[in-house]
Design a protein around this ligand. Structure first.
Ligand code: TXE
Length: 496
């Protein structure tokens, strides 16, 4: 471990070691450590929050002109674009996701910085219709020091979404990336510095969630906590955030249904490709993984036969090979979770159609797995966060809608039909933060992203995300109302 490169926290514009303690980052495809990172203790976390408060109060960024914020974020986007290869390489190494996936995903990440730069530049306040000779202006102000707790599945995309929104609005940001895949996020510090962001405005600190993440979220001086992670993590953070009156955005898990209707029978190849993409991209490790395929009985047999052929043909393997379609899952715990879901699904009467076990190659790989099951099974109701997919035969449109809405999650859903009226009808009835019609995983910085019920609170992306990083100030300017109270003459004049 001593020969491994150590990547320290990015604090106040420099890589700064928090303490002698360190954590190894492991390549899931090889099981070998690739670097070490800091395990930041509470006193260092608290000192960084204090320093960040001072930075916010200095006004160097919080009072910067909108045009200056715009320029820095646009420059950061350009730098990211020109250094994409380096970021792709880091993402592949720390997540085990295929290079072809990461190239495609990362090529779009700069758009998030450009979008939020644009919002910062064009954002206008408002004037209310206040009665009388009064002008009431509403202005949006940055909120302060914000904590962003980010996960390992899309390390750079998710961190950049959150950082872009918060910086555009003028805040000071402390990011705690996942200890499993922090390396690409740690690189962003230098990139923003080169783009002209004042030092201390973006701090990136590492450590385990149960320690460093917890220490950060327990600090009472934060203005917002923005988490992408598991429900258990939300439940660990939320009580203390509530006590400290710190608002939260939470982007949690999902159990996205992929609803396939009979009219897709005219284009079965398309339906099958849709399901493969929805279910197996990122080895099923995304919050909107199409983890339940709800297929209408009229086309079920044909669909399943074709899907099986295509699933068995997926190329699982070395993520650095451009031909590889399915990479690793994040760690051994994830392999074991996938196996446990398979066992429980079988005990519950489920039938394994393909896969069902860890792959034999070295590394944390699990075979793409399809299991025919029923709507109340553990596999149908709970998040696997891996390539283990439930297939359910449904009898009608109503049945598909009922099953789609039948879990505690409500994040993403897709509806596949060639019937225009059915598309509208079903999309309207599905309870999810994002419903795609004839698409899945489609994402854009302008499109609000976030779930209902146990899938989360608040939104990433879009104006909603930007505004969540601001506070509204109402300024009431009187140009004609005389103070009347406790002035006998004026009061007598009014009532006499
Ligand atoms: O996430 P964690 P894990 C879901 C998915 C997955 C489950 C667990 O269902 O199986 O969560 O994954 C930090 N205080 N998603 O364990 O632990 C942690 O260090 C403060 C959905 O990997 O929630 C990391 O930075 N921070 C999801 C971040 O939380 C804490 C993406 C997320 O890790 C903390 C990932 C604490 N007490 C998992 N405990 C999505 N929506 O895409 C942990 N962390």
């Amino acid at each position: 471990m001593t020969d491994l490169p150590h990547v320290a926290n990015w604090v106040d514009g420099a890589y700064t070691r928090a303490s002698p303690a360190s954590i190894a980052v492991v390549n899931p495809a090889t099981e070998l450590p690739v670097a070490t990172i800091d395990a930041t203790p509470r006193d260092v976390v608290d000192a960084i929050v204090t320093r960040s408060q001072q930075q916010f109060a200095s006004g160097a960024w919080s009072h910067a002109e909108a045009s200056d914020r715009f320029a820095v974020l646009v420059k950061a986007a350009a730098l990211l674009r020109s250094n994409l290869a380096e970021f792709v390489e880091l993402e592949v190494r720390q997540t085990g996701r295929p290079v072809r996936e990461m190239q495609t995903q990362l090529a779009r990440v700069p758009e998030w910085l450009e979008y939020f730069a644009g919002l910062a530049r064009v954002h206008e306040g408002a004037v209310t219709p206040f009665k009388g000779p009064v002008v009431n202006t509403l202005t949006r102000l940055p909120i302060g020091v914000v904590a962003q707790i980010t996960p390992w599945n899309h390390p750079l995309l998710i961190a950049t979404k959150k950082i872009g929104a918060a910086l555009a609005a003028g805040n000071t940001v402390i990011v705690k990336p996942s200890e499993l895949a922090p390396l690409s996020v740690l690189k962003l510090g230098e990139l923003f510095q080169t783009a002209g962001l004042p030092d201390g405005t973006l701090q990136i600190i590492c450590g385990y969630g149960r320690d460093t993440g917890k220490f950060l979220c327990e600090n009472a001086h934060l203005a917002r906590i923005d988490l992408t992670g598991g429900l258990a993590t939300y439940r660990a953070i939320a009580p203390v955030a509530a006590y400290n009156m710190i608002p939260m955005t939470a982007e949690l898990g999902g159990k996205a249904p992929v609803c396939i209707f009979p009219s897709m029978g005219s284009d079965m190849e398309q339906a099958v490709k849709a399901a493969l993409f929805a279910s197996f991209i990122a080895s099923g490790q995304t919050c909107v993984t199409g983890s339940r395929l709800l297929v209408h009985a009229d086309i079920y047999d044909e669909f399943v036969a074709l899907l099986l052929l295509r699933t068995k043909a997926l190329r699982v393997g070395d993520p650095t090979d451009p031909e590889t379609q399915i990479g690793a899952v994040i760690n051994q715990a994830s392999v074991e979770r996938c196996s446990a879901f398979v066992s429980r699904a079988v005990e519950d009467g489920g039938k394994i159609l393909c896969g069902g076990k860890p792959s034999e190659r070295k590394g944390f790989f699990f075979e793409p797995t399809l299991i025919e099951t029923h709507s109340k099974s553990d596999l149908s109701c709970n998040e696997v966060f891996g390539p283990v997919i439930a297939i359910l035969k449904c009898t009608s449109e109503e049945d598909i809608i009922a099953v789609a809405n039948g879990t505690d999650f409500a994040l993403g859903a897709s509806v596949w039909t060639r019937d225009f009226t059915q598309a509208h009808r079903v999309a309207e009835k599905i309870d999810a933060g994002v419903v795609w019609v004839n698409g899945h995983h489609l994402n854009d910085p302008s499109s609000p992203w976030g779930g209902f019920r146990q899938s989360g609170i608040g939104k990433e992306n879009g104006r909603e995300a930007y505004e969540s990083y601001t506070k509204v100030k109402s300024t009431v300017l009187n140009y004609g109302v005389s103070p009347a109270w406790f002035d006998d003459k004026a009061e007598n004049a009014r009532y006499g």
